[in-house]
Design a protein around this ligand. Sequence first.
Ligand code: ASP
Length: 438
Amino acid sequence: MALKVVKFGGSSLADAQQFKKVARIIQADPERRYVVPSAPGKRYDNDTKVTDLLYTAYEMRGTEAFETEFARIEKRYDKIIADLGITLDLSDEYKTIKEKIQSDASRDYVASRGEYLSGQVLAKLLDFPFLDAANLIFFDASGNLDEYRTYEALYEAAKHHTCAVIPGFYGANPDGTVRTFSRGGSDITGAIVARGFEAAIYENWTDVSGFLVTNPKIVENPKNIEYITFRELRELAYMGASVLHEDAVLPVKSANIPINIRNTNDPSHPGTIISNVPAPNRDCPITGIAGKRGFSIIHIEKDGMNNEIGFTRRALEILEQNNISFEFLPSGIDTMGIIVSNDKLGVRGEAIAKQIGAAVNADIAECISGLAVIAVVGRGMVRAKGVAARIFSAIARANISIRMIDQGSSELNIIVGVDEYDFRTAMNAIYEEFFPRN
Ligand code: ASP
């Protein structure tokens, strides 16, 4: 029997109703045997995630407000347990956690209790064994995953348990104390567990049906992406498309285990499959279109630039000295554009352009802000003819001029820069070109 590792995010476990959906999903498929839960997330817009309640409780340790704050957390779990109608008493667990918070517990330990308690509830509901992640996921002294110890421990666990609930988000330091991954880190636990147990697939259940071809805030009702490769995902994620924690990719990618993003609230939807293999027989060369506003071009011009050895290095050294990284570097014979995100540049654009101008003795060096960047991503573009022409014609038909073009040698993406005020129209024009609505 194939084996699936299933991870459920905070919104999938926000209340008893959601827990019931999760149980139904797991019970519907006997291959779903190892379950990685997050802590209960938001039930409605202004609600607070349990993890955030825990961080606040930790900050209030030693004050009078602490008990009230911690009681909010107890109430969340007790309500879930009562509404599920299961017999589970977490009062001893609460007592231990509170005592530890008031004495020596670390912030990581406190935050990890959200997943820990959520795991206890889910294990009871499913009648699965509960395996503490502190005995399975190990960090080394530098805080990186200790792969050897972790995969050994998971290998052993698989021998003794045909199914289990393993809480996400945390593991143990070499001295046994708890350490968490960064926020959203249950995705990483799921990926490590999937690799350790040699799963056929890693199902990551959330509140959306996978990735959309583009941002629904910019393009109305875009299509869903059925298949995407890990590399394409990386390109799209860089431009802001996010459903999954970045660090969750590596463990499964290298073990060739596909990730299937699924929607707990729409379980019959196939979601998105992320894998190393390209989509089977798809005629559209494009997988996704991502874009962002908020970039500037540092534009440099100098006659004879292409013959000058070390020119680019001298220009980029200025960025390095100012601790600024750049995004793209399109260049012509005697011109070079350095595309930098405004987050990194702040108000220093003109000053840095001047410094670069002086360092390379440029004829012109200026900073032009107000650029939006659009990445059209698709493995299907590799050696396909006419994709770039279609992108540029679509933008031209929308009466928009392109400020910058960049195509990486991988041919996995074509990047275009347009004025920020043309961004929405350009995104829609490209979408309609490749995904026409009848
Ligand atoms: N509960 C943690 C957080 O809110 C980890 C996770 O949900 O993945 O970041």
